[in-house]
Design a protein around this ligand. Structure first.
Ligand code: SIN
Length: 324
């Protein structure tokens, strides 16, 4: 037992939110027909050896399939992170999470916390009941990163790779190594419990404390929808959202992210509708639907672009902007 009050002793807090990592199937060879979010986070830590001098503490914040992630859970998670990060004896936080919206939660926490200590999200592509679950190794690696002196910021650890929250994206439906960092590349790798860092941790963001206060005070998040531009795209969905707003619907849309083709281009019909929406006071942002690259500004663009943010991250950025 580690005396955490002793000088140098540190605690890593593991917050559980559900996902495949805590999923259970009827049989050990079933990697698909499982229910996510069944095993408690304390049980996920059974058999995990913490690095020397580090004590693990488990807290269940939610227990969901991450496809059903909500703003309320993000708020609860951000509050618990802020609580634990403020304690001197806490070196860092690990969050167990489903893979499906992991990049969204990571980006939300990155935006509102920008922590000076590490907040490490981890996951699994095979349920806890599988013959060879990947969760235990991912948790071990995540704890190693959270306990690494000097580590900071929100990162994702999966299959031995450390990704930054701003860059990470789920890119595979089945492989254990399901995440990538696009052009930026990973922050580093975890090898035999040690971090091999390739590039700097992300910088602290001065806007984070203000965004944290606004996000925690919000009863609901502003509604921001994502619409895809594609061959034969139409503007009718945009017009339907405008009409809902015109009628004064309680949860009317306040923002639209357009998942644009290539360098932020839009089908002309969708673009015309988006300009009508913008003229009505709806915030419109273009994000590229390409897996890699960023939107490079072109002269004369009338709709703002989200740079390198994917559509799901642009949605969070716009939602936080509308809160602020
Ligand atoms: C989930 O995202 O909760 C289910 C899928 C997964 O974790 O891989």
């Amino acid at each position: 037992m580690v005396d955490i009050s002793a000088k140098g002793a540190r605690r890593v807090v593991v917050l559980g939110t559900g996902g495949t990592i805590s999923g259970r199937a009827r049989s050990a060879d079933d990697n698909l027909g499982y229910t996510a979010g069944e095993v408690g986070v304390a049980d996920l830590l059974a058999g995990i050896d913490a690095p020397a001098g580090v004590e693990l503490e488990a807290e269940q914040v939610a227990q969901v399939d991450s496809k059903d992630m909500s703003f309320a859970i993000w708020q609860a998670l951000a509050r618990r992170c802020a609580h634990w990060l403020a304690r001197d004896d806490v070196a860092g936080i690990v969050i167990t999470h489903g893979t499906d919206t992991l990049e969204e939660t990571a980006f939300f926490l990155h935006s509102v916390l920008a922590p000076a200590k590490p907040v490490v999200l981890t996951c699994a592509m095979r349920p806890a009941s599988a013959l060879a679950p990947d969760g235990p190794q991912n948790v071990r690696d995540a704890v190693a990163v959270a306990a690494t002196p000097g580590a900071r910021g929100v990162v994702v650890v999966c299959a031995g790779t450390v990704h930054g929250a701003a860059d990470v994206q789920k890119v595979h439906t089945y492989r254990l190594d399901a995440f990538a960092s696009g052009d930026a590349g990973p922050i580093g790798y975890v090898e035999e419990g040690a971090l091999r860092r390739l590039r700097p941790w992300s910088d602290a963001d001065d806007a984070a404390p203000t965004l944290f206060d606004k996000a925690m005070a919000a009863v609901d998040c502003p509604r921001v929808e994502i619409l895809l531009s594609h061959a034969e795209a139409r503007g009718s969905l945009v017009d339907a959202l405008r009409e809902e707003r015109r009628r004064g619907a309680a949860d009317a849309v306040r923002g639209i992210v357009l998942a644009a083709t290539g360098n932020g281009t839009l089908h002309h019909t969708l673009e015309a509708a988006a300009l009508r929406a913008q003229a009505d006071g709806i915030a419109v942002l273009r994000a590229t639907r390409c897996v890699e690259g960023r939107i490079l500004p072109r002269p004369g663009e009338r709709l703002r672009d989200a740079g390198a943010l994917t559509p799901v991250k642009a949605r969070i950025a716009l939602m936080l902007e509308l809160l602020a």
